[in-house]
Design a protein around this ligand. Structure first.
Ligand code: NAD
Ligand code: MG
Length: 391
Protein backbone atom coordinates (compact mmCIF):
# COMPACT_ATOMS: atom_id res chain seq x y z
CA UNK A 1 0.00 0.00 0.00
CA UNK A 2 1.50 3.37 -1.04
CA UNK A 3 0.39 6.48 0.84
CA UNK A 4 -0.22 9.67 -1.09
CA UNK A 5 -0.61 13.36 -0.34
CA UNK A 6 -2.43 15.38 -2.99
CA UNK A 7 -1.89 19.13 -2.87
CA UNK A 8 -4.33 20.98 -5.09
CA UNK A 9 -6.75 18.06 -4.78
CA UNK A 10 -9.82 20.13 -5.73
CA UNK A 11 -8.34 21.31 -9.04
CA UNK A 12 -8.28 19.73 -12.46
CA UNK A 13 -5.12 17.62 -11.85
CA UNK A 14 -6.14 16.83 -8.27
CA UNK A 15 -9.53 15.48 -9.36
CA UNK A 16 -7.97 13.48 -12.21
CA UNK A 17 -5.54 11.96 -9.69
CA UNK A 18 -8.42 10.84 -7.49
CA UNK A 19 -10.12 9.35 -10.58
CA UNK A 20 -7.03 7.21 -11.18
CA UNK A 21 -6.90 6.21 -7.51
CA UNK A 22 -10.52 5.03 -7.65
CA UNK A 23 -9.29 2.30 -10.01
CA UNK A 24 -6.58 1.17 -7.57
CA UNK A 25 -8.05 1.24 -4.08
CA UNK A 26 -6.01 -1.82 -3.13
CA UNK A 27 -2.66 -0.20 -3.99
CA UNK A 28 -2.95 3.42 -2.79
CA UNK A 29 -4.20 5.13 0.32
CA UNK A 30 -4.76 8.89 0.62
CA UNK A 31 -2.80 10.33 3.54
CA UNK A 32 -3.64 14.01 3.03
CA UNK A 33 -5.58 16.30 0.71
CA UNK A 34 -4.88 20.01 0.38
CA UNK A 35 -6.34 23.01 -1.42
CA UNK A 36 -6.83 26.76 -1.06
CA UNK A 37 -10.42 27.46 -0.06
CA UNK A 38 -12.80 25.01 -1.79
CA UNK A 39 -14.20 23.39 1.36
CA UNK A 40 -17.29 21.99 -0.38
CA UNK A 41 -15.36 19.88 -2.85
CA UNK A 42 -12.76 18.92 -0.26
CA UNK A 43 -15.55 17.71 2.05
CA UNK A 44 -16.81 15.33 -0.66
CA UNK A 45 -13.27 14.08 -1.24
CA UNK A 46 -12.71 13.50 2.49
CA UNK A 47 -15.96 11.56 2.81
CA UNK A 48 -14.94 9.35 -0.10
CA UNK A 49 -11.20 8.83 0.60
CA UNK A 50 -10.99 9.31 4.43
CA UNK A 51 -7.54 10.92 4.50
CA UNK A 52 -5.77 11.37 7.83
CA UNK A 53 -5.46 15.13 7.15
CA UNK A 54 -7.30 17.72 5.09
CA UNK A 55 -5.61 21.10 4.71
CA UNK A 56 -7.04 24.38 3.48
CA UNK A 57 -4.87 27.42 3.13
CA UNK A 58 -7.84 29.64 3.96
CA UNK A 59 -8.63 29.54 7.70
CA UNK A 60 -12.35 30.32 7.40
CA UNK A 61 -12.86 27.64 4.77
CA UNK A 62 -10.95 25.23 7.02
CA UNK A 63 -13.29 26.02 9.92
CA UNK A 64 -16.33 25.34 7.70
CA UNK A 65 -14.79 22.04 6.56
CA UNK A 66 -14.08 21.05 10.16
CA UNK A 67 -17.75 21.64 11.15
CA UNK A 68 -19.12 19.74 8.16
CA UNK A 69 -16.81 16.78 8.73
CA UNK A 70 -17.85 16.51 12.38
CA UNK A 71 -21.52 16.62 11.38
CA UNK A 72 -20.88 13.73 9.01
CA UNK A 73 -18.90 11.78 11.61
CA UNK A 74 -15.74 11.78 9.50
CA UNK A 75 -12.49 11.52 11.49
CA UNK A 76 -10.22 13.38 9.07
CA UNK A 77 -8.25 16.04 10.95
CA UNK A 78 -8.45 19.53 9.46
CA UNK A 79 -5.42 21.83 9.36
CA UNK A 80 -5.26 25.42 8.11
CA UNK A 81 -2.59 27.59 6.52
CA UNK A 82 0.35 27.34 4.16
CA UNK A 83 2.63 25.83 6.84
CA UNK A 84 0.26 22.90 7.17
CA UNK A 85 0.57 22.20 3.43
CA UNK A 86 4.33 21.97 3.93
CA UNK A 87 3.85 19.65 6.93
CA UNK A 88 1.68 17.13 5.13
CA UNK A 89 4.02 17.21 2.11
CA UNK A 90 7.02 16.25 4.27
CA UNK A 91 5.24 13.98 6.78
CA UNK A 92 6.95 10.60 7.32
CA UNK A 93 3.59 8.83 6.83
CA UNK A 94 3.40 9.74 3.15
CA UNK A 95 5.36 8.04 0.35
CA UNK A 96 4.32 10.21 -2.59
CA UNK A 97 3.24 13.81 -3.04
CA UNK A 98 1.19 15.01 -5.97
CA UNK A 99 2.20 18.69 -6.27
CA UNK A 100 -0.78 20.13 -8.14
CA UNK A 101 -1.23 23.56 -6.62
CA UNK A 102 -1.29 26.22 -9.32
CA UNK A 103 1.40 28.90 -9.44
CA UNK A 104 4.37 29.82 -7.27
CA UNK A 105 2.06 29.23 -4.27
CA UNK A 106 2.94 25.55 -4.74
CA UNK A 107 6.70 26.03 -4.39
CA UNK A 108 7.12 25.66 -0.61
CA UNK A 109 5.19 22.42 -0.32
CA UNK A 110 6.79 20.92 -3.45
CA UNK A 111 10.24 21.80 -2.10
CA UNK A 112 9.37 20.27 1.26
CA UNK A 113 8.38 17.00 -0.45
CA UNK A 114 11.62 17.07 -2.46
CA UNK A 115 13.78 17.62 0.61
CA UNK A 116 11.95 14.89 2.50
CA UNK A 117 12.86 12.32 -0.17
CA UNK A 118 9.32 11.65 -1.39
CA UNK A 119 8.32 10.50 -4.81
CA UNK A 120 7.27 13.89 -6.15
CA UNK A 121 4.63 13.85 -8.86
CA UNK A 122 5.22 17.34 -10.18
CA UNK A 123 2.32 19.03 -11.96
CA UNK A 124 3.21 22.44 -10.53
CA UNK A 125 5.61 23.51 -13.30
CA UNK A 126 5.86 27.00 -11.78
CA UNK A 127 8.05 25.54 -8.97
CA UNK A 128 10.69 24.62 -11.51
CA UNK A 129 10.38 27.93 -13.34
CA UNK A 130 10.81 29.96 -10.15
CA UNK A 131 13.47 27.84 -8.46
CA UNK A 132 14.60 25.12 -10.85
CA UNK A 133 18.20 24.77 -9.64
CA UNK A 134 17.15 24.81 -6.01
CA UNK A 135 14.37 22.31 -6.59
CA UNK A 136 16.56 19.86 -8.51
CA UNK A 137 19.21 20.12 -5.77
CA UNK A 138 16.52 19.47 -3.12
CA UNK A 139 15.50 16.33 -5.04
CA UNK A 140 19.10 15.11 -5.12
CA UNK A 141 19.61 15.90 -1.42
CA UNK A 142 16.36 14.22 -0.44
CA UNK A 143 17.08 11.15 -2.57
CA UNK A 144 13.47 10.77 -3.75
CA UNK A 145 12.11 10.29 -7.27
CA UNK A 146 10.86 13.09 -9.49
CA UNK A 147 8.10 12.12 -11.91
CA UNK A 148 6.85 14.97 -14.09
CA UNK A 149 3.08 15.04 -14.58
CA UNK A 150 3.05 17.63 -17.35
CA UNK A 151 2.14 15.43 -20.34
CA UNK A 152 5.05 16.67 -22.49
CA UNK A 153 7.64 16.03 -19.79
CA UNK A 154 6.17 12.66 -18.92
CA UNK A 155 6.44 11.86 -22.65
CA UNK A 156 10.09 12.94 -22.72
CA UNK A 157 10.89 10.87 -19.65
CA UNK A 158 9.19 7.86 -21.27
CA UNK A 159 11.22 8.43 -24.45
CA UNK A 160 14.62 8.75 -22.74
CA UNK A 161 16.87 5.83 -21.79
CA UNK A 162 16.54 4.70 -18.20
CA UNK A 163 20.21 5.42 -17.46
CA UNK A 164 20.40 9.15 -16.87
CA UNK A 165 24.14 9.24 -17.48
CA UNK A 166 23.44 8.51 -21.20
CA UNK A 167 21.26 11.57 -21.67
CA UNK A 168 23.94 14.20 -22.37
CA UNK A 169 25.80 11.93 -24.81
CA UNK A 170 23.00 10.24 -26.71
CA UNK A 171 20.39 12.94 -27.08
CA UNK A 172 20.63 15.56 -29.80
CA UNK A 173 17.51 17.53 -28.85
CA UNK A 174 14.08 17.26 -27.31
CA UNK A 175 10.90 18.54 -28.90
CA UNK A 176 7.91 19.66 -26.88
CA UNK A 177 4.66 19.52 -28.79
CA UNK A 178 2.01 22.20 -28.32
CA UNK A 179 -1.60 22.20 -29.47
CA UNK A 180 -1.46 25.90 -30.37
CA UNK A 181 -4.51 26.49 -28.17
CA UNK A 182 -7.82 27.99 -29.26
CA UNK A 183 -6.32 30.88 -31.27
CA UNK A 184 -3.93 29.09 -33.61
CA UNK A 185 -5.87 30.35 -36.60
CA UNK A 186 -7.56 33.45 -35.17
CA UNK A 187 -6.99 36.69 -37.06
CA UNK A 188 -4.28 38.49 -34.99
CA UNK A 189 -6.31 41.71 -35.23
CA UNK A 190 -9.04 40.04 -33.13
CA UNK A 191 -6.79 38.80 -30.34
CA UNK A 192 -7.00 42.05 -28.38
CA UNK A 193 -10.71 41.56 -27.70
CA UNK A 194 -10.56 37.89 -26.63
CA UNK A 195 -12.59 37.22 -23.44
CA UNK A 196 -11.59 34.92 -20.55
CA UNK A 197 -14.33 32.47 -21.59
CA UNK A 198 -12.93 32.23 -25.13
CA UNK A 199 -9.38 31.84 -23.82
CA UNK A 200 -10.38 29.07 -21.41
CA UNK A 201 -12.16 27.01 -24.10
CA UNK A 202 -9.24 24.77 -25.04
CA UNK A 203 -9.82 22.51 -28.07
CA UNK A 204 -8.19 19.34 -26.65
CA UNK A 205 -7.72 19.61 -22.87
CA UNK A 206 -10.00 20.59 -20.01
CA UNK A 207 -7.81 22.32 -17.41
CA UNK A 208 -7.74 24.98 -14.70
CA UNK A 209 -8.25 28.58 -15.80
CA UNK A 210 -4.67 29.79 -15.33
CA UNK A 211 -3.07 27.07 -17.46
CA UNK A 212 -5.86 27.43 -20.03
CA UNK A 213 -4.98 31.10 -20.53
CA UNK A 214 -1.29 30.14 -20.60
CA UNK A 215 -2.07 27.65 -23.36
CA UNK A 216 -3.90 30.31 -25.36
CA UNK A 217 -0.90 32.71 -25.17
CA UNK A 218 1.56 29.79 -25.41
CA UNK A 219 3.17 31.05 -22.20
CA UNK A 220 2.41 27.53 -21.01
CA UNK A 221 4.91 26.21 -23.56
CA UNK A 222 7.36 28.93 -22.52
CA UNK A 223 7.13 27.71 -18.90
CA UNK A 224 7.48 24.13 -20.15
CA UNK A 225 10.72 24.95 -22.02
CA UNK A 226 12.17 26.18 -18.71
CA UNK A 227 10.72 23.14 -16.93
CA UNK A 228 12.35 20.79 -19.47
CA UNK A 229 15.67 22.62 -19.15
CA UNK A 230 15.76 21.76 -15.44
CA UNK A 231 14.21 18.30 -15.52
CA UNK A 232 16.46 16.94 -18.24
CA UNK A 233 19.54 19.18 -17.75
CA UNK A 234 19.14 20.25 -21.37
CA UNK A 235 20.49 23.57 -22.68
CA UNK A 236 17.82 25.84 -24.12
CA UNK A 237 19.21 25.60 -27.67
CA UNK A 238 18.46 21.86 -27.66
CA UNK A 239 14.81 22.27 -26.66
CA UNK A 240 12.41 22.83 -29.55
CA UNK A 241 8.70 23.50 -29.74
CA UNK A 242 6.47 22.13 -32.46
CA UNK A 243 2.77 22.84 -32.95
CA UNK A 244 0.74 19.65 -33.19
CA UNK A 245 -2.98 20.49 -33.10
CA UNK A 246 -4.22 16.93 -32.44
CA UNK A 247 -2.28 16.57 -29.12
CA UNK A 248 -1.60 12.87 -29.79
CA UNK A 249 2.21 12.93 -29.94
CA UNK A 250 2.94 14.26 -26.47
CA UNK A 251 6.62 15.07 -27.12
CA UNK A 252 9.75 13.45 -28.54
CA UNK A 253 13.48 12.88 -28.22
CA UNK A 254 15.87 13.03 -31.18
CA UNK A 255 19.00 10.90 -30.83
CA UNK A 256 22.38 11.38 -32.48
CA UNK A 257 21.84 8.36 -34.73
CA UNK A 258 18.80 10.02 -36.33
CA UNK A 259 16.19 8.08 -34.35
CA UNK A 260 13.24 9.95 -32.92
CA UNK A 261 11.43 8.33 -29.97
CA UNK A 262 8.04 9.76 -29.05
CA UNK A 263 5.22 8.90 -26.67
CA UNK A 264 1.68 8.93 -28.03
CA UNK A 265 -1.71 8.64 -26.42
CA UNK A 266 -5.15 10.18 -26.14
CA UNK A 267 -5.01 13.69 -24.66
CA UNK A 268 -5.91 12.67 -21.11
CA UNK A 269 -3.94 13.72 -18.03
CA UNK A 270 -4.83 10.45 -16.31
CA UNK A 271 -2.14 8.74 -18.43
CA UNK A 272 0.85 10.77 -17.14
CA UNK A 273 -0.67 10.70 -13.64
CA UNK A 274 -0.92 6.90 -13.67
CA UNK A 275 2.62 6.67 -15.07
CA UNK A 276 3.93 8.81 -12.20
CA UNK A 277 2.07 6.75 -9.61
CA UNK A 278 3.07 3.34 -10.97
CA UNK A 279 6.60 4.05 -12.32
CA UNK A 280 8.59 2.02 -13.29
CA UNK A 281 5.60 -0.26 -13.87
CA UNK A 282 2.39 0.54 -15.74
CA UNK A 283 -1.19 0.46 -14.55
CA UNK A 284 -4.67 1.31 -15.86
CA UNK A 285 -5.46 5.04 -15.95
CA UNK A 286 -9.04 5.10 -17.22
CA UNK A 287 -7.93 6.92 -20.36
CA UNK A 288 -9.48 5.86 -23.67
CA UNK A 289 -7.37 3.83 -26.11
CA UNK A 290 -5.68 5.64 -28.94
CA UNK A 291 -7.17 4.70 -32.31
CA UNK A 292 -4.82 6.22 -34.90
CA UNK A 293 -7.02 5.17 -37.81
CA UNK A 294 -9.82 7.18 -36.28
CA UNK A 295 -7.53 10.17 -35.63
CA UNK A 296 -6.50 9.78 -39.27
CA UNK A 297 -4.11 12.68 -39.57
CA UNK A 298 -1.32 14.05 -37.41
CA UNK A 299 -0.20 17.57 -38.35
CA UNK A 300 2.85 19.56 -37.33
CA UNK A 301 3.93 23.14 -37.90
CA UNK A 302 6.47 25.57 -36.53
CA UNK A 303 5.10 28.08 -34.00
CA UNK A 304 4.52 31.55 -35.43
CA UNK A 305 6.66 33.93 -33.35
CA UNK A 306 4.50 36.92 -34.27
CA UNK A 307 1.30 35.22 -33.11
CA UNK A 308 2.88 33.69 -29.99
CA UNK A 309 5.55 36.18 -28.84
CA UNK A 310 5.48 34.76 -25.30
CA UNK A 311 7.39 31.65 -26.33
CA UNK A 312 10.50 33.71 -27.07
CA UNK A 313 10.49 35.06 -23.50
CA UNK A 314 11.45 31.62 -22.14
CA UNK A 315 14.57 31.46 -24.29
CA UNK A 316 15.38 35.09 -23.42
CA UNK A 317 14.94 34.43 -19.68
CA UNK A 318 17.17 31.33 -19.83
CA UNK A 319 19.97 33.50 -21.28
CA UNK A 320 19.58 36.11 -18.50
CA UNK A 321 20.86 35.98 -14.89
CA UNK A 322 19.52 33.36 -12.46
CA UNK A 323 16.44 35.30 -11.27
CA UNK A 324 14.96 36.05 -14.70
CA UNK A 325 12.72 32.99 -14.91
CA UNK A 326 11.21 33.81 -11.50
CA UNK A 327 10.53 37.34 -12.75
CA UNK A 328 8.85 36.04 -15.90
CA UNK A 329 6.68 33.61 -13.93
CA UNK A 330 5.58 36.24 -11.41
CA UNK A 331 4.70 38.75 -14.13
CA UNK A 332 2.71 36.12 -15.98
CA UNK A 333 0.76 35.06 -12.88
CA UNK A 334 -0.21 38.69 -12.22
CA UNK A 335 -1.07 39.40 -15.87
CA UNK A 336 -3.16 36.22 -16.30
CA UNK A 337 -5.09 36.91 -13.09
CA UNK A 338 -5.74 40.49 -14.24
CA UNK A 339 -6.97 39.17 -17.60
CA UNK A 340 -9.27 36.65 -15.87
CA UNK A 341 -10.57 39.48 -13.66
CA UNK A 342 -11.38 41.58 -16.71
CA UNK A 343 -8.71 44.16 -15.83
CA UNK A 344 -6.29 43.48 -18.71
CA UNK A 345 -6.64 42.73 -22.42
CA UNK A 346 -5.50 39.38 -23.82
CA UNK A 347 -2.62 40.80 -25.86
CA UNK A 348 -1.55 42.99 -22.92
CA UNK A 349 -0.54 39.82 -21.04
CA UNK A 350 2.52 39.60 -23.23
CA UNK A 351 3.25 43.33 -22.92
CA UNK A 352 3.25 43.09 -19.11
CA UNK A 353 5.42 39.96 -19.19
CA UNK A 354 7.95 41.37 -21.65
CA UNK A 355 8.36 44.73 -19.97
CA UNK A 356 8.57 43.25 -16.44
CA UNK A 357 11.27 40.89 -17.70
CA UNK A 358 13.05 43.80 -19.34
CA UNK A 359 13.02 45.84 -16.13
CA UNK A 360 13.88 43.13 -13.61
CA UNK A 361 15.33 40.28 -15.65
CA UNK A 362 18.87 41.36 -14.84
CA UNK A 363 18.49 40.22 -11.23
CA UNK A 364 20.64 37.50 -9.72
CA UNK A 365 18.92 35.29 -7.17
CA UNK A 366 19.79 31.74 -6.18
CA UNK A 367 18.73 31.25 -2.56
CA UNK A 368 15.08 30.70 -1.77
CA UNK A 369 14.76 33.97 0.19
CA UNK A 370 16.21 36.01 -2.66
CA UNK A 371 13.99 34.27 -5.22
CA UNK A 372 10.86 34.92 -3.18
CA UNK A 373 11.84 38.55 -2.70
CA UNK A 374 12.36 38.88 -6.45
CA UNK A 375 9.02 37.15 -7.08
CA UNK A 376 7.33 39.74 -4.85
CA UNK A 377 9.13 42.62 -6.57
CA UNK A 378 8.17 41.33 -10.01
CA UNK A 379 4.55 41.04 -8.87
CA UNK A 380 4.56 44.68 -7.73
CA UNK A 381 6.12 45.80 -11.00
CA UNK A 382 3.67 43.76 -13.10
CA UNK A 383 0.70 45.04 -11.06
CA UNK A 384 1.70 48.62 -11.67
CA UNK A 385 1.93 47.90 -15.38
CA UNK A 386 -1.51 46.32 -15.31
CA UNK A 387 -2.86 49.50 -13.72
CA UNK A 388 -1.07 51.60 -16.33
CA UNK A 389 -2.53 49.48 -19.16
CA UNK A 390 -6.04 49.99 -17.73
CA UNK A 391 -5.73 53.78 -17.88
P1 NAD B 1 -6.72 24.30 -10.97
O1 NAD B 1 -6.89 25.77 -10.94
O2 NAD B 1 -7.77 23.46 -11.57
O3 NAD B 1 -6.46 23.78 -9.47
C1 NAD B 1 -5.55 24.41 -8.63
C2 NAD B 1 -5.54 23.75 -7.27
O4 NAD B 1 -4.57 24.43 -6.45
C3 NAD B 1 -6.88 23.85 -6.52
O5 NAD B 1 -7.05 22.69 -5.76
C4 NAD B 1 -6.66 25.04 -5.60
O6 NAD B 1 -7.46 25.00 -4.41
C5 NAD B 1 -5.19 24.87 -5.26
N1 NAD B 1 -4.55 26.11 -4.84
C6 NAD B 1 -4.47 27.27 -5.53
N2 NAD B 1 -3.80 28.20 -4.80
C7 NAD B 1 -3.45 27.59 -3.64
C8 NAD B 1 -2.78 28.01 -2.48
N3 NAD B 1 -2.30 29.27 -2.35
N4 NAD B 1 -2.61 27.11 -1.48
C9 NAD B 1 -3.10 25.87 -1.58
N5 NAD B 1 -3.75 25.41 -2.64
C10 NAD B 1 -3.92 26.26 -3.67
O7 NAD B 1 -5.30 24.05 -11.68
P2 NAD B 1 -4.85 22.77 -12.53
O8 NAD B 1 -5.25 22.94 -13.94
O9 NAD B 1 -5.20 21.51 -11.82
O10 NAD B 1 -3.26 22.96 -12.50
C11 NAD B 1 -2.49 22.65 -11.36
C12 NAD B 1 -1.00 22.66 -11.74
O11 NAD B 1 -0.79 21.60 -12.68
C13 NAD B 1 -0.56 23.95 -12.44
O12 NAD B 1 0.76 24.24 -12.08
C14 NAD B 1 -0.62 23.58 -13.92
O13 NAD B 1 0.30 24.32 -14.70
C15 NAD B 1 -0.22 22.11 -13.88
N6 NAD B 1 -0.72 21.33 -15.02
C16 NAD B 1 -2.05 21.19 -15.22
C17 NAD B 1 -2.53 20.45 -16.31
C18 NAD B 1 -4.00 20.26 -16.53
O14 NAD B 1 -4.37 19.52 -17.45
N7 NAD B 1 -4.88 20.85 -15.77
C19 NAD B 1 -1.61 19.87 -17.20
C20 NAD B 1 -0.25 20.03 -16.96
C21 NAD B 1 0.20 20.76 -15.86
MG1 MG C 1 1.85 20.45 -20.65
Amino acid sequence: MKRLTILGSTGSIGCSTLEVLRLHRDAFEVFALGARASDGRLLEQCLEFSPTFAVLEDAQAAARLERSLREQGCRTEVLAGARALVQVAAAPQTDMVMAAIVGAAGLDSALAAARAGKRVLLANKESLVVAGDLFMQAMRDGGGELLPIDSEHSAILQSLPEQRECWPHDVREITLTASGGPFRRTDPAQLASITPEQACAHPNWSMGRKISVDSATMMNKALEVIEAHHLFAMPADRIRVLIHPQSIVHSMVTYHDGSVVAQLGAPDMRTPIAYGLSWPRRMASGSSWLDLAQVGRLEFERPDAARFPGLGLAYAALRMPSGACAVLNAANEVAVQAFLDGALGFTDIHRVNASTLERLGDSHAQELGALLELDARARREASSQVRAAAR
